[in-house]
Design a protein around this ligand. Structure first.
Ligand code: ADP
Ligand code: ZN
Length: 213
């Protein structure tokens, strides 16, 4: 089983690239942000534990997120994923990286999508997402065809509750303090590729595609 890990600041395009990779390579995309948001929507015990952390832009406790990833990786439908999965948003701390290598050691590659903070913030503050399927839109560059309605599932398209200036600032702080060391850790193990994430999603994806095939 191949494991691809997407790294990058909030707004760097991890989710969008993960969707493209899932579509073209039939890898299963595992996004901890999506899993947590759906837990909150379902008002599960995990969702109730995660909610305040997420709204503030802080990290959800390692044990909670790792348990969700462990469950997801145990699902039998991973077998249908043509031999691979792509992680979006995990691991985000060194403790999570350690936990991940304990869950399963796979043939792995990490891709670091680099964007300037200014570009990422600009994207986050004009981003819209479908609250049902997680599809990603942009108020300026890629609005849904019908206002507020998801092109794919008909769900409600809205701004994420953590895409406001204060939570975004906190997410960047957490990213620099907790996640940059994880990226350095993968770099030292020589499994990290860097990709310039500026500009149109399709162009960025072309570069990433070349690294996976
Ligand atoms: P972004 O990368 O744009 O910040 P995500 O959807 O990946 O957005 O994550 C949103 C929020 O979900 C994070 O700010 C955090 O609260 C929580 N979260 C997601 N993944 C993790 C993780 N691996 N560890 C801890 N918290 C996480
Ligand atoms: Zn949708």
């Amino acid at each position: 089983m191949k494991r691809l890990i997407l790294f990058g600041a909030p707004g760097s395009g991890k989710g969008t690239m993960g969707d493209f990779i899932q579509r073209d390579f039939h890898y299963t995309k595992i996004s901890t942000g999506d899993i947590l948001r759906s837990a909150i929507q379902q008002d599960s015990a995990e969702g109730r534990q995660a909610k305040n952390f997420m709204e503030a832009g802080s990290l959800v406790p390692d044990e909670l997120v790792t348990e969700l990833v462990r469950q997801r990786l145990g699902c039998s439908d991973l077998g249908g994923s043509r031999g691979g999965y792509v992680l979006d948003g995990y691991p985000r701390t060194l403790a999570q990286a350690k936990a991940l290598s304990d869950i399963a050691s796979e043939n792995e590659k990490a891709i670091f999508i680099e964007v300037t903070e200014a570009e990422a913030v600009e994207r986050l503050l004009s981003r819209l997402t479908c609250s049902d399927c997680g599809a990603i839109y942009n108020l300026k560059t890629k609005p849904p065809h019908k206002a507020d309605i998801c092109d794919f599932c008909g769900g409600r398209v809205d701004r994420r509750t953590d895409d406001n200036e204060e939570a975004v600032r906190q997410r960047f702080r957490v990213y620099a303090e907790r996640t940059m060391p994880v990226i350095e850790y993968y770099d030292r193990r020589n499994v990290l590729e860097r990709v310039d994430g500026a500009g149109a999603a399709g162009r960025v994806y072309e570069k990433i595609k070349g690294l996976i095939a």
